[in-house]
Ligand binder design. Structure first.
Ligand SMILES: Nc1ncnc2c1ncn2[C@@H]1O[C@H](COP(=O)(O)OP(=O)(O)OP(=O)(O)O)[C@@H](O)[C@H]1O
Ligand SMILES: [Mg+2]
Length: 267
């Protein structure tokens, strides 16, 4: 199949993933379009990281199909388009002495340029990424001296320097304070609106991700909700979507499985 400019960064059809004999993802269908900021939420063990690792090609799937930019197999046209910020990526050990600029420079390395001096193009990519991440004033500082939010922005800048267009982030909000969290969410929003990046971000901070993302997905083995972030179901509706039964009889007085169509929910 030919890649063309209109192919979405991600198209998943009926994906089933089994890990150590247990089915972790079932029948997952998901398309993410260019420039979207999608929040991926769900309970511990719900399969969020598994989904990201499968998209990245690190885990095999039992059934289904994954297309990246219209391709089901890695090719020169998709090379370098994906960037991944793993869980705890910003927990860089204190004994590693690395400046922000050096960390971001690492993002430009690949097998073809690894042992050559940095060229003009690489320097340009690094400077642009640092600028975009708002880290110019600390570019020569040691990464370990940065705040949690700055460190997160630095690891994301490393991915930006690689020219990735579709960025997958696993829990970047863990362990950072409120101010850092707010600045990180604004930065991610800017990446979509000003730099036309596409973002799929896992978080347990539903309130924060609802504020910043365009669309939210609730994953618990299957996709239980996929729709606009501002229509994300409240706790009672979510319990229904997840098949959690009321324990107290009067819980029925709360809203029922209600206007799911209105909320854009899928089951
Ligand atoms: N390396 C592994 N080998 C086998 N099973 C695994 C492995 N890693 C995770 N699993 C299982 O896969 C399921 C989904 O785990 P996953 O890490 O994808 O969930 P998650 O939604 O990312 O959870 P969390 O919010 O805790 O990070 C869980 O049942 C987990 O036990
Ligand atoms: Mg996880």
């Amino acid at each position: 199949m030919l890649t063309n400019k209109s192919s979405p960064p991600l198209k998943i059809d009926k994906l089933t993933v089994v890990r150590s004999g247990n089915q972790v993802l079932e029948d997952v269908c998901l398309t993410i379009n260019r420039g979207e900021f999608v929040g991926l939420v769900g309970p511990n063990g719900g399969g969020k990281t598994t989904l990201l690792l499968t998209i990245l090609g690190l885990l095999k799937y039992r059934k289904g199909r994954i297309e990246l930019y219209g391709r089901t197999k890695p090719s020169s046209s998709t090379f370098g388009k994906l960037g991944w910020v793993s869980q705890h990526a910003s927990n860089i050990p204190k004994n590693i002495k690395l400046t922000v600029k050096e960390l971001v420079q690492l993002g430009t390395l690949n097998s073809s340029n690894m042992f050559w001096p940095f060229n003009k193009e690489q320097n340009k990519q690094v400077n642009e990424a640092i600028e975009l991440a708002g880290l110019k004033s600390v570019e020569n500082s040691n990464v370990s001296t940065l705040s949690g939010g700055q460190r997160q922005r630095a690891v994301i800048a490393r991915v930006l320097a690689s020219k990735a267009e579709f960025i997958l982030l696993d829990e970047p909000l863990v362990g950072i304070d409120r101010e850092s969290r707010n600045s990180l969410m604004k930065f991610l929003d800017k990446l979509c609106h000003e730099a036309q990046k596409t973002i799929l971000m896992i978080s347990h901070d539903i309130a924060a991700i609802q504020q910043a993302s365009h669309r939210m997905i609730f994953l618990e083995e299957r996709i239980r909700y996929d729709g606009a972030a501002d229509c994300f179901p409240d706790l009672t509706a979510l319990a229904n979507l997840r098949g959690i039964e009321p324990v107290h009889e009067d819980s029925h007085s709360k809203k029922t499985l209600y206007q799911l169509e209105d909320m854009g929910g899928k089951q």
